[in-house]
Design a protein around this ligand. Structure first.
Ligand SMILES: [Zn+2]
Length: 398
């Protein structure tokens, strides 16, 4: 029975493998068996998808990891929110908490990005263009994936003075992944992980991050999902929250009904947190855009912000909860470390980094220097390039 099911999976994979935007074929990932799980696919290099706790540690001995992530541009309009809500907040090891930023190029202030990096936050990518069409991302070929993501890493590294090797992760715009073309480019370019795939089937107990050496058991909510083999490349599943209508929401700012009071916001976060905390402690992610908690998009933002802050304060009272960037969490999954030994776990430490962006260059581009009908501004840590950097010209060369 079990063998027959595996055969079916393999057959399906071969069928899918031919369907690639690039026209190339990929090596289908083999299925993971109990024997492979025990003998061939072991940490830190490999982990089959599943809700088993890494290292087979007892749930009472491990930390509950929490991800705070924010998508899109980091700018003057939202930096004060990050400073007020995230800074000066510590994990139980006495080091400051860290969040993850999925950054797009347009409107990003790279000097502020340097500040976030310097304070230990995880700077990850979210594409250069953030093209508004999901069909664009679903069908993107590998050349364009490289222009959107690999070039963006070089661009961000130069403008924000962040070492390229420190930029390890990616989230697809609108969570519209591009299947094997996207995974092929990320793996070839030495990215370590991506975090774009929602799961409703593996909520409680939750799906832990896994590598793509073997075919994933995760549900494919937003096709095309990869079927190929990407050894050592991690998928960080976005475990759906449940809104008060009991429907799944990968990003908390899409949960409905939209919370309008601090209590409603706090209770939404607490209820979903407890689904992780009282189960297998798979990482709990609060995935959002700053606009849900900052600005003037609707009249309830201040209430939601108060509820969010109250929830972070609550997490701060728990000595087994660590709020860490996703790259740091993957280091924990690779080397599962019990709470009792976390004081010396270096990846959760956050020593000061030097300010390598002492001068701010404020660049301004007339419409004819951009691909847009209106002018663009950009603040960066290096001298202004002659034209506005964009797809195919990430450094803005003349
Ligand atoms: Zn986005």
């Amino acid at each position: 029975m079990f063998g027959k099911r595996l055969l079916l999976v393999t057959t399906l994979c071969v069928g899918y493998a031919a369907v690639l935007a690039s026209g190339q074929s990929v090596t289908p990932a083999p299925p993971c068996t109990d024997q492979i799980r025990d003998d061939n696919c072991t940490l830190p290099a490999c982990r089959c998808s599943g809700n088993d706790i890494p290292g087979n540690l007892a749930v009472t001995t491990i930390p509950q990891l929490v991800f705070l992530t924010f998508d899109d541009a980091v700018a003057i309009q939202n930096i004060d929110f990050y400073r007020q809500v995230l800074y000066n907040r510590n994990n139980p090891n006495g080091h400051s908490i860290t969040a993850t930023f999925f950054v797009t190029h347009e409107y990003t202030n790279y000097t502020l990005l340097h500040e976030l990096y310097r304070l230990g936050h995880d700077i990850a990518l979210h594409s250069m263009s953030h093209n508004p069409l999901t069909s664009y991302w679903a069908r993107l070929n590998q050349t364009m994936w490289r222009a959107e993501v690999v070039d963006q890493r070089q661009q961000l590294s130069q403008f924000a003075r962040i070492p390229a090797a420190e930029i390890k992760g990616f989230r697809a715009p609108f969570l519209q992944i591009g299947g094997d073309d996207m995974y092929t480019v990320l793996k070839q370019a030495n990215f370590q992980w991506e975090c774009s795939r929602p799961t409703l089937n593996f909520r409680k107990p939750g799906l832990w991050p896994y590598t793509n050496d073997y075919i994933s058991s995760q549900d494919c909510q937003i096709a095309p999902c990869p079927v190929g083999e990407y050894k050592g490349f991690w998928t960080v599943p976005m475990i759906d929250m449940l809104g008060d209508n009991n429907e799944g929401c990968a990003m908390v700012d899409t949960c409905t009904p939209v919370p309008e009071t601090a209590d409603q916001t706090y209770n939404l976060l607490l209820k979903n947190f407890n689904d992780h905390y009282t189960s297998n402690k798979a990482p709990f992610g609060i995935y959002t855009h700053a606009a849900w908690l900052n600005g003037t998009d609707d009249e309830y933002i201040q209430e939601r912000r108060a509820g969010y802050v109250r929830f972070l304060n609550f997490l701060g009272t728990k000595n087994d909860v660590y709020i860490v960037g996703i790259s740091r969490a993957i280091e924990w999954v690779k080397t599962p470390t019990p709470l009792a030994q976390l004081a010396t776990f270096t990846h959760f430490q956050n020593p000061a980094r030097p300010n390598n962006c002492p001068y701010v260059y404020n660049c301004r581009y007339a419409p004819e220097q951009t691909p847009f009908p209106t002018e663009r501004y950009m603040s960066i840590c290096s001298p202004c390039p002659p034209v506005y950097p964009w797809l195919g010209n990430p450094y803005g060369r003349p």
